[in-house]
Design a protein around this ligand. Structure first.
Ligand code: IPD
Ligand code: CA
Ligand code: CA
Length: 263
């Protein structure tokens, strides 16, 4: 059993993320894309190789830590037990393929289901965002302050217009300042973390899409829950919201009014 302090693990993972800079350009240069469930569901060699590299890093330095990640089978791994890293090696793969911008690496480290360390690495813009249990959140080592309260009428809300019904969307547009979507759950969530968006909603996230958000929300006093206001089980995920406290209640009320938000 390895017996590292959180600080040591953070240093090792930060170094791994810095080193990954050396391989990403070549992976992108050689990029090849495959489809998974349908023509919009993409995976590339960049996703696969980044995940392989992290798996190798864990096997070498933290052999008793398990990896629960998008591009592998996670059979037999319960992310709520033991030392588990949940990883989305590229979040926003469609953006990587189509725009070479607006994608990130998401990593969350959990011990018996409790979030300990979180990373959202915005590689194209050179920003490593991290959260450390009880030590706050950082943007390239600069402390991130809890964002100011944003009232719903001043808030930019981020959601996928293809999955909400017209009535719900109309109500959200009416109540808020406006709508934007980046197309990467990690980066859309980061806008909330940094106080730029009021809320981000994803009606069908997987554990790796939201793995880092638990700790950022906790450290910065943001709301994160399922769309019926409950705690999210990190092994399954659930329709989710990360929100500024100033507009959380109102956004959930709109989503759950009438016959709900679904089409
Ligand atoms: C997707 C992105 C997208 C979100 C989807 C995710 P991927 O992740 O985060 O913004 O709407 O739910 O699956 O496939 O690029 O890792
Ligand atoms: Ca994702
Ligand atoms: Ca992904």
């Amino acid at each position: 059993m390895t017996n590292y302090q959180l600080n040591d693990i953070d240093q090792m993972v930060t170094e791994w993320l810095e080193n990954i800079d050396n391989i990403i350009p070549k992976l992108i240069f050689d990029m090849h894309t495959e489809t998974k469930l349908n023509r919009f569901d993409l995976v590339t060699n960049v996703d696969q190789q980044i995940q392989n590299e992290f798996q190798q890093f864990l096997s070498k330095h933290l052999p008793d830590h398990q990896l629960f990640a998008e591009e592998k089978s996670n059979e037999g791994i319960d992310p709520r037990q033991g030392h588990v890293w949940i990883m989305d090696p590229i979040d926003g793969t469609a953006n990587l393929v189509k725009q070479q911008e607006d994608y990130c690496i998401i990593l969350g480290y959990f011990v018996d289901g409790e979030p300990k360390l979180s990373y959202i690495y915005d590689y194209p813009h050179g920003h490593l965002y991290k959260a450390i249990e009880n030590k706050g959140a950082y943007d390239n080592n600069q402390i991130l302050l809890a964002p100011p309260i944003i009232d719903i009428k001043d808030a930019i809300l981020s959601f996928n217009t293809q999955v909400l019904n017209d009535e719900t969307m109309h109500e959200l547009y009416e109540a808020s300042f406006g709508h934007r979507i980046i197309g990467s759950c990690g980066l859309d969530s980061l806008r909330v973390i940094k106080g730029q968006f009021g809320a981000h909603i994803n009606t069908n996230p997987k554990p790796w899409d939201i793995a880092a958000q638990f700790l950022f929300a906790k450290e910065l006093g943001l709301k994160m829950s399922s769309l019926d206001g409950k705690q999210i089980d990190l092994s399954t995920a659930a329709p989710f919201i990360i929100s500024n406290e100033g507009c959380y209640k109102e956004v959930l009320e709109i989503l759950n009014s009438g016959s709900g938000y679904g089409k």
